[in-house]
Design a protein. Structure first.
Length: 140
């Protein structure tokens, strides 16, 4: 059985519920999945995991200067090596995410293989397009 972990950083709950929606979708596909706040992340949780999803809300000036929030940056700093695992990033936002995914990748530099999937959503729901992207990510 494949295993996944989904880490989220959320202020008001949107990103948490979006992460849980991703988790429910993976579980329905038979993947053993844990959903966890970045505040509760522990290095041993990634042992034996095939897929790592890491998400945060979009923090910026709504049209420019988007970046990951501080707790997510701290989480990225403390993460163990994730090479050999498939990596997905996700965010929720209101207007524009700008360079957010690029900044998230920079914080993970040296610890991960290239990111295989990015998902963004203005709601806490997983839409059909995002489901298709996840299907492709799991197959590739
Ligand atoms: C201080 C602050 C800055 C934000 N900056 C942006 C932004 O630059 N672009 C954007 O689209 N949304 C921005 N948002 C909106 C949030 O990213 C969005 O509402 C998100 O879904 C919140 O997730 P959460 O409910 O998990 O906290 C900002 C919100 C706050 C409070």
């Amino acid at each position: 059985m494949k295993k996944a972990i989904i880490y989220y950083n959320s202020r008001k709950g949107t990103t948490k519920y979006f992460g849980e929606e991703i988790g429910d979708y993976l579980k329905a596909k038979g993947i053993e999945t844990k959903v966890c706040s970045v505040l509760d992340a522990k290095p041993e949780q990634v042992n034996g995991v095939d897929y790592v999803f890491m998400g945060c809300w979009t923090h910026g000036l709504f049209i420019v200067l988007q970046h990951p929030p501080k707790p997510w940056i701290e989480f990225a700093k403390d993460l163990p090596d994730l090479k050999g695992k498939k990596i997905a990033l996700f965010t929720t936002y209101k207007l524009a995410i700008g360079p957010l995914f690029k900044k998230m990748q920079n914080k993970l530099n040296g610890k991960i293989d290239p990111v295989s999937l990015t998902l963004k959503s203005k709601t806490d729901k997983l839409n059909d397009l995002n489901k298709q992207l996840i299907d492709k990510f799991l197959l590739d």
